[in-house]
Design a protein around this ligand. Structure first.
Ligand code: NAP
Length: 463
């Protein structure tokens, strides 16, 4: 090793910005690397850690949320410290981190969403699925979203797993949701919902869906809702058929959709319609309220490179609806002082090493993991190998002497800085108290937890 960094006398000091899955997988890999002494300080702008596991994963998918236990084990490592309620760029800056840490990992995910770019998109109740998910999951920024569920039909645009999540939550009964950690205010609003028809709308065909088998299967088992699929929309063109040959997962998706055609409408009070080859072209409002969405029918075309794309036919269909949720992908947001690729919505990088696009050179001591690195793809577990790749890049740089010791590595100095600035940061121990409070509050109702939403409510628990 060409440096004295990462020794018991001078541990390597790493800051991780973002306490979601990719941040925790990076922390775990950093802390357990043999032969190196590393300490990790993790910052998050929210009080609660776990990012998408807490605020993205659907409340009725508790088995996926159980992964948080692994993150708790990492947080219990003596080399790990948590600083929740600290926003990068505001309470702690890029310069601060460079002064007090030898390496920085950005694990900030993809927090914003993509837009459709059609007239009427800014009408009230035209929302992104990202916002709707964050609302029912108790993300403090979206507590007051107040989606209007008094309409009879809602349209979900896109056929990824997020679309499936929001459609399922709209379709489920209160009984199906009440044993989850969905927020009380969302459960109350959903209990009063008048929505009976939910349209999941794909711009391409059934051979191009992005959802996975388990997600489509769930629609066959809902208490209050029938999945409705039109036989005519399941017919595949030649290119689509060829594209999914040997793809068992896609074949299985089609099997479920075909089974839903067979079962048809059994008379349940709600219906989830899977519609294909339609693109919204206008969200129609009357007196400031959405009343319908005009769709253009598409046809598919195979293009060079093997892609199958959708193009409009000039034929239109209007679906009456009072709500539209665009679920067409997440997008990153730039961080102050950190390179950003506006087109991809990611931090430019090579195997996790941040690249400065101006010089095309790596930025010393800066790394990126997760959705901020590769874009919004993959499931929670995908982040583990992705984070390990970036951590390996960092250890390689360390071995080659490319990491320089920071100016002030005293672990107390970073804490003193926050204290001087009057920042009410939340430690790992304090989070454990909030966590225990939430879990205990849920017990009498047989729920995994009752979430506290606003930072103040969480800080009150610590008083
Ligand atoms: P996604 O899987 O990329 O799906 C995005 C959908 O939006 C696609 O159907 C896409 O269609 C469509 N779309 C994009 N632009 C469009 C436009 N302009 N008009 C109409 N449709 C458009 O994204 P996601 O659903 O946000 O999920 C993000 C990631 O999280 C995925 O990897 C997903 O699997 C994962 N996730 C997993 C779970 C789970 O494991 N249960 C739950 C939630 C999310 P095209 O294919 O035609 O582009």
């Amino acid at each position: 090793m060409a440096t004295t960094l990462a020794t018991p006398e001078r541990p390597l000091r790493v800051a991780i910005v973002g306490a979601g899955p990719s941040g925790f997988y990076a922390a775990a890999a950093l802390l357990k690397e043999e032969g190196y002494k590393v300490t990790v300080d993790m910052y998050d702008r929210l009080v609660a850690p776990h990012g998408l596991v807490r605020y993205g994963v659907a409340p009725d998918h508790q088995n996926i949320k159980a992964v948080a236990k692994t993150y708790d084990r990492t947080a219990a490592d003596p080399g790990f410290r948590y600083f929740g309620n600290v926003e990068f760029g505001k309470q702690i800056t890029h310069e601060d981190l460079h002064r007090h840490y030898d390496a920085i990992f950005y694990a900030t995910g993809a927090q914003s969403d993509r837009r459709l770019g059609v007239p009427g998109e800014d009408l009230p109740n035209s929302l992104s699925a990202t916002e709707f998910v964050a609302w029912y999951n108790g993300h403090p920024d979206f507590r007051d979203l107040n989606p209007d569920l008094s309409c009879e039909a809602a349209i979900v645009v896109g056929v990824g797993n997020v679309a499936m999540d929001v459609a399922r939550i709209l379709a489920k009964s209160v009984d199906e949701l009440k044993a989850t950690d969905i927020t009380d205010y969302a459960l109350e609003a959903l209990a009063k919902s008048s929505i009976k028809d939910i349209y999941i709308v794909a711009r391409r065909g059934p051979a191009q869906v992005k959802f996975t088998n388990a997600e489509v299967r769930e629609f066959g088992h809902l208490a209050l809702a029938d999945p409705i699929v039109l036989d005519s929309e399941l017919r595949l063109d030649r290119a689509s058929s060829a594209s999914i040959e040997g793809d068992t997962s896609m074949q299985k998706n089609l099997d479920y959709l075909r089974a839903y055609v067979e079962i048809g409408n059994t008379g349940k009070p709600r219906r989830v319609h899977f519609r294909f080859l339609l693109s919204p072209v206008e969200i129609i409002g009357e007196d400031g309220k959405i009343v319908a969405v005009k769709m253009e029918r598409n046809q598919l075309r195979a293009v060079a490179g093997g892609d199958i794309i959708a193009g409009g036919t000039g034929q239109y269909e209007t679906i009456p609806a009072g709500m539209i949720l665009r679920s067409v992908g997440y997008k990153g947001s730039p961080l102050p002082g950190v390179p950003y690729d506006t087109r991809k919505g990611t931090i430019p990088n090579e195997l996790g090493r941040v690249i400065d696009p101006a010089s095309d050179k790596t930025v010393r001591g800066e790394y990126v993991v997760g959705w901020a690195k590769r874009g919004p793809t993959g499931v929670i577990g995908t982040n583990k190998p992705d984070s390990i790749e970036s951590v390996n890049s960092m250890f390689e740089d360390l071995q080659k002497g490319k990491l320089h010791g920071c100016e002030d590595p005293n672990p107390d100095a970073a804490v003193a800085l926050l204290q001087e600035r009057g920042v009410r940061y939340v430690t790992a121990d304090e989070w454990r108290k909030i966590d225990a409070y939430e879990v205990n509050s849920g017990k009498p109702q047989g729920r995994p937890r009752i979430k506290l939403v606003k930072a103040d409510e969480m800080l009150d628990v610590l008083k």
